[in-house]
Design a binder for this molecule. Structure first.
Ligand SMILES: [Zn+2]
Length: 294
């Protein structure tokens, strides 16, 4: 990504940018260098925000080939260092052994360290600056947020997301149309999430996350997200005078499509939603993943 000066090794880069960083003992194996080279070759054709399906698939092809030939990247569980990237308003994420995580991201996607939960928007991945070790939790976070950035549908769906539940309530349209609109927003939000998780699987595999850890994290995170979305939908519909048998089309994360439910049954099904969210968040905290809003 142009962060290295000619002739400067990754070890020197870590020392030069961090000052007191330990010299890297383990330089990534040759297969890692070859992988980075292949990713960088994509730069001519792939550049955010022109991330379309073709570009995403080209990136995934390089990852797939790497996995087939050498297996996952050998990244030890170790501390990661956020270093100001001199070229952009972002950070370099460097492991103690000198692997620059930015090198394996498609061109134009930036990492920014911050003090909140992991999140992504329009080519910027925000990760907790105090993340400590680069274990399964952190790798899944990175995979998930990167996956948002390379989702060709994200921009459209994120714009849809701007049609917030709150805004719908204040529109001057019939209540039944408000219900339809709110259900569409619910579906758009869940499509963003399920899409990101589906694509994150391959990236997590590349980063050496065991499949069971990934599946476990995805399941609990999607469930919590789903419950939070239902809670928002319920709040939006509250107070709207609509008939009890009005059909709602609500996203089902297991089937990954909308299912039809009567308004009356929806209210029944979400009567204890607050408790279920609380339980789900507690369970997620005990597991491996931070719940993210994005
Ligand atoms: Zn997400």
């Amino acid at each position: 990504m142009g962060q290295k000066k000619d002739g400067e090794t990754i070890t020197e880069l870590v020392e030069n940018t961090e000052g007191n960083a330990e010299p890297a003992e383990t330089i990534a194996p040759d297969s890692y260098e070859a992988f980075v080279k292949k990713v960088r070759e994509l730069d001519k054709t792939i550049k955010f925000p022109n991330m379309n399906e073709w570009a995403r698939d080209a990136y995934f092809k390089v990852i797939g080939e790497r996995l087939e030939t050498y297996g996952p990247l050998e990244i030890p569980k170790e501390k990661v260092i956020f270093t100001k990237d001199p070229n952009i308003s972002g950070h370099l994420l460097i492991t103690e052994s000198g692997i620059v995580i930015n090198d394996i991201l498609p061109n134009g996607i930036h990492i920014v360290g911050h003090n909140g939960n992991p999140e992504a928007s329009f080519g910027v991945i925000r990760l907790p600056i105090n993340m400590g070790e680069f274990g399964n939790k952190e790798r899944v976070s990175l995979a998930h947020e990167l996956s948002h950035c390379i989702d060709p549908n994200y921009v459209g769906l994120a714009l849809w997301r701007g049609e917030s539940y709150e805004k719908i309530k204040s529109l001057d349209i019939p209540n039944e149309d408000k219900v339809d609109m709110a259900c569409d927003v619910n579906t758009a939000h869940m499509l963003i999430e399920t899409g990101a998780w589906n694509n994150a699987r391959l990236i997590a595999e590349l980063l050496g996350v065991p499949e069971s850890a990934f599946e476990d994290t995805m399941t609990i995170s999607l469930r919590t997200h789903h419950l939070l979305e239902l809670q928002r939908l319920k709040k939006t519909l509250k107070g709207l005078d609509v008939r009890e048998d009005l059909p709602l089309f609500v996203f089902d994360p297991v089937a990954q499509e909308e299912t039809c439910i009567d308004y009356k049954d929806f209210l029944k099904a979400t009567s204890d939603i607050d408790k279920r969210i609380e339980r789900s968040i507690q369970e997620a905290k005990q597991r491996t993943y931070l719940i993210t809003e994005d």
